[in-house]
Design a protein around this ligand. Structure first.
Ligand SMILES: [Zn+2]
Ligand SMILES: [Zn+2]
Length: 359
């Protein structure tokens, strides 16, 4: 058994570093899906502080001139001032009271998860830069995290063209260079994609680009009400694509949240999961609370079919990386053997699988 890793860092004690405090507040709000506009103020304040000269933050806190900095408002200025003067900001203290695990169960499964195969940055529709996602992934105990921004046709989510995906690859390489040696307890950022499954089952990115990525998550985002036989053909074709590693949120359902609810799409689950099992494509257990996808009965079918699984956060903000706890609880409840969950595997095994070695 791997050693248990905390899902979040222990509570902070004064004196607090203002940047840590603001990041922590944002993290704790994000994982509870609180108002993104308010969260943005805390993330923006972090950026403002990081651009200050040494000593400037403390000086401004004492002089009461923090609000002169662009990106700092009344609320964030008071958080910074509290930190500088040795107090725990009240906002943080309140959030820390509810900072325990997001779900009561699944602790052992969560501790066994080494990484996350489905996350977004501000290159597509996520809210934070790649570096902040990686830093937080490291803080929640991950050994690896896969960046999977959207593909070109998902224009509403600012999907990445070939040229932008190429540029992103360079950024991922540069971030890893700064992170140093992953074998020495560090985190490794992997480059992936959440590629759209087009109407005919083709994938929305060139084969050449897909082949150059570490992990490919394929998901349906359009025409979710397609007639069941056509939807089955579409999904099976995507699963059979040699570069597909994970079938993302397979039913597309939404069970709560700001976007409203949406029924699951209809398809022949036996046929789709048989293809997943044959191709060693993992069925994603999407941990987002508004998705909780697939539903229990479909996970049971996938289990019977011999499928692999991937418990993913589908995080669009750093704090949402903590959603894995919800998925871990379901893995425990549904009795999925941990060895069938690909993100319990060590990095080298994961990469060998994603690269096709186990096919
Ligand atoms: Zn998606
Ligand atoms: Zn996604």
């Amino acid at each position: 058994m791997p050693s248990p890793r905390p899902s979040i860092r222990p509570p902070l004690e004064p004196p607090l570093d203002p940047v840590h405090a603001l990041r922590r507040i944002a993290f704790l709000m994000e994982r509870r899906l609180e108002d993104s506009y308010r969260i943005k103020a805390y993330r923006g304040a972090v950026a403002a502080l990081l651009s200050c000269a040494p000593g400037e933050v403390e000086e401004r806190a004492r002089a009461g001139t923090l609000k002169e900095l662009s990106g700092i408002g009344a609320k964030t200025a008071s958080v910074v001032t509290d930190c500088v003067e040795g107090r725990v900001p009240e906002t943080l203290a309140k959030l820390e009271e509810r900072a325990g695990p997001l779900a009561p169960g699944g602790g052992d499964v969560r501790a066994a998860l080494r990484g996350d195969l489905h996350t977004h940055s501000d290159w597509s529709d996520g809210g934070s830069p790649i570096e902040e996602m990686v830093m937080t992934a490291s803080e929640v105990g991950h050994e690896y995290v896969v960046l999977t921004d959207h593909s070109p046709r998902l224009t509403v989510a600012n999907g990445l063209s070939v040229a932008r995906l190429r540029r992103q690859k360079e950024v991922v390489a540069a971030v890893n260079e700064h992170l140093g040696d992953a074998t020495d307890g560090g985190i490794r950022l992997l480059h992936g994609i959440e590629v759209d499954i087009l109407d005919d089952g083709a994938l929305d990115q060139t084969d050449e680009m897909l082949a150059g990525l570490d992990v490919v998550v394929a998901s349906v985002h359009s025409k979710l009400k397609m007639e069941p036989r056509a939807m089955t053909r579409r999904m099976v074709a995507a699963v059979r694509h040699p570069e597909t590693n994970v079938l993302g949120h397979c039913t597309g359902r939404l069970i709560m949240g700001g976007r409203g609810t949406r029924p699951q799409s209809q398809f022949d689950a036996d046929a789709v999961f048989a293809a997943c099992a044959e191709e060693a494509v993992a069925v994603e257990i999407n941990s987002r609370p508004e998705r909780r996808d697939p539903p229990d009965e479909l996970i049971a079918k996938a289990l019977d079919a011999g499928c692999l699984f991937s418990v993913d956060s589908d995080a669009h903000a750093p704090g949402q990386l903590d959603f894995l706890t919800y998925g871990a609880e379901r893995v425990e409840e549904l009795g999925i053997p941990l060895d069938r969950v690909v993100n319990t595997w060590p990095l080298d095994r994961l990469l060998a699988w994603a690269g096709g070695a186990s096919r």
